[in-house]
Design a protein around this ligand. Structure first.
Ligand code: G1P
Length: 289
């Protein structure tokens, strides 16, 4: 069955970026010239998906507005003859159809995905986490859809991380059945430091069969007292198969200050307009180190 919808949880408070995120959603923080959420939506659209289900909370209206038409702004730009900017602004809202559902309480990522069921229903779907920006030639979601088409079972994106960092991630253990594809035998959300038996960390991209909703409903609060998607996936792998896919690309944790800076520098260097001069600037800076 074709995957038509992407669920993007955006209800988090963004405490790692305070005070910047006191009055604006963390998903609206800019990397070069676009808010981080636009990178996510562009990856989804480039993968052939046009329906995005935002799982929101109070104070996130700016994200919905960003993907909506802005009559006043568009009229102004048209009147001023700023057609390049007009095209740019219109393209953002033309990219996707957005549906929002509210996560009324911050009960965890698993809970956020669970509330999307009313919109997604009995179809496979992808989940894309806004903190994980991926720089790749082929969009990460597209890579996952290709594997999903072949295996017809749920897939999580993974990357190898240093074992000493494993406690920051959901970790999967499994057997490599073909290069970069693992049949998952166990998942653990944020194992205690020093206890992880695998270096395969879940990165925020999932392609899930709808059976996951039943698993989520049966999932009790886990680490941090939250309903963890990883715990529901551990039930799913027992009831059906579940695979991990080591995607091609570089991932940045844009929810973390250092990761955000690394993403900014990387995307700035690739930027059509400022990439060249920015590279020259960095070279000048490097001379002083
Ligand atoms: C979430 C998931 C975790 C995953 C991580 C990737 O954790 O629960 O399994 O490894 O995203 O970014 P969070 O970073 O939201 O705590």
């Amino acid at each position: 069955m074709k995957v038509k919808k992407a669920v993007v949880p955006v209800a988090g408070l963004g405490t790692r970026f305070l005070p910047a995120t006191k009055a604006i959603p963390k998903e609206m923080l800019t990397v070069v010239d676009r808010p981080t959420i636009q990178y996510i939506v562009e990856e989804v659209v480039a993968s052939g998906i046009k329906e995005v289900v935002l799982v929101t909370s109070a104070g996130k209206a700016a994200i919905e507005n960003h993907f909506d038409y802005s009559f006043e702004l568009e009229t102004y730009l048209a009147q001023k003859g700023k057609f390049d900017l007009l095209r740019e602004v219109r393209n953002i809202s033309r990219l996707i159809n957005v549906v929002s559902v509210r996560q009324k309480e911050p009960l965890g990522l698993g809970h956020a995905v669970m509330v999307s069921e009313t919109v997604v229903g009995n179809e496979p779907f992808v989940v894309v986490l806004g903190d994980d920006l991926v720089d790749s030639d082929v969009p990460c979601v597209y890579q996952m859809l290709k594997v999903f088409e072949r295996l017809d079972e749920s897939i999580v994106a993974v990357q190898k991380v240093p074992l000493k960092e494993a406690h920051r991630y959901g970790i999967v253990e499994g057997e490599e059945i073909e290069p970069g594809v693992y049949r998952i035998e166990r998942l653990i959300e944020k194992p205690a430091p020093g206890t992880a038996r695998s270096d395969l960390a879940i990165i925020g991209r999932y392609c899930l069969r709808p059976e996951v909703y039943g698993c989520l409903r049966r999932t009790l609060p886990g680490i941090g007292g939250e309903i963890q998607l990883t715990d529901a996936l551990d039930t799913l792998r027992k009831e059906r198969a579940l695979y991990a896919y080591e995607f091609n690309g570089r991932r940045f944790d844009a929810g973390d200050k250092l990761g955000y800076l690394q993403a900014t520098v990387t995307f700035a260097l690739e930027h059509q307009e400022v990439g060249g001069p920015f590279k020259a600037f960095l070279k000048g800076l490097a001379k002083n180190f």
